[in-house]
Design a protein around this ligand. Structure first.
Ligand SMILES: C[S@@+](CC[C@H](N)C(=O)[O-])C[C@H]1O[C@@H](n2cnc3c(N)ncnc32)[C@H](O)[C@@H]1O
Length: 243
């Protein structure tokens, strides 16, 4: 039983209703994944397939989704049955995945910070490298190692840490809908240098942490979303597998 098995339905409902998905995460995934036409894409920590389905719709020739939670994968498979896109879903722990293919792009949507130790983080990153073609791209949405926490409830999220902020410090991330508590998930913090070393030793180059991008247009409330885009507890990691 993984922590997401018990909150699978709740989490799935949350991703399909939260405004940050619409105005920040979907535009950012599209932006950072780039042109997926004809590409082989691996979505690690695919959950109920929220981003996985977009990747196929954005033109990828083949998409495989992997998640450690059988309940989350079950929800993804049910959706695939309802509206078939030709996505393959597997239950598996990224740290133990081994090589399942040669992908042009790997996406880890809130994956790496679930590693419970530096060793687990290194194993996850090694698995990602194993499954990428030389020159292939790894994009992650992740805890922001430079802003691991913030005070109060910001954007429906409260973040609390247990003990001093250092490698493998436990982080409690509580989700709220308005003022109402929805669910809590636990993950771990790693220092920027720890991510950097693990990525370098697995052969990654052009490693960069960057801000999310947002939707544009007259309806986008720039002032409201400013902190999310510049000073929030999640960020984007982009890098390439060396050739
Ligand atoms: C915050 S959810 C994100 C799901 C999806 N990427 C999304 O954004 O909708 C994190 C997911 O990571 C998965 N996960 C955690 N540790 C994992 C591991 N070691 N291997 C594979 N999946 C893992 C959880 O089961 C959960 O579905």
């Amino acid at each position: 039983m993984t922590q997401y098995d018990s909150i699978a339905e709740q989490y799935d409902q949350s991703v399909n209703t939260r405004s940050d998905r619409e105005v920040i995460f979907i535009p950012s995934a599209k932006h950072f994944l780039g042109d997926l036409h004809g590409k082989q894409v691996l979505d690690l920590a695919c959950g109920s397939g929220f981003f996985t389905r977009f990747m196929k719709e954005w033109g990828a020739s083949h998409v495989v989704g992997v998640d450690i939670s059988s309940e989350m994968v079950e929800l993804a498979k049910q959706q695939e049955k309802k509206e078939p896109l030709g996505i393959e879903y597997l239950v598996g722990d990224v740290a133990q995945l081994g090589k399942i293919g040669e992908f042009d792009v790997v996406f880890g949507g809130f994956l790496l910070h679930y590693a419970s130790s530096v060793e687990q983080l290194e194993l996850m990153i090694r698995s990602i490298g194993l499954n990428l073609k030389p020159g292939g791209k790894f994009i992650a949405f992740n805890e922001n190692p430079s802003v691991p926490t913030h005070s109060g409830i910001k954007y429906g999220v409260k973040v609390e840490t247990e003990g001093p902020i250092q490698d493998a410090t436990k982080v409690k991330r509580s989700h709220y809908v308005g003022d109402k508590f929805d669910f809590v998930i636990e993950h771990f913090h790693y220092e920027p240098g720890t991510y950097q070393r693990a990525l370098r030793s697995a052969g990654f180059t052009e490693i960069e942490w960057t801000n999310f991008v947002s939707a544009s247009g007259p309806d986008f409330d720039e002032k409201y979303w400013w902190d999310f885009l510049h000073d929030f507890s999640v960020a984007v990691l982009k890098c390439c597998k060396g050739t």
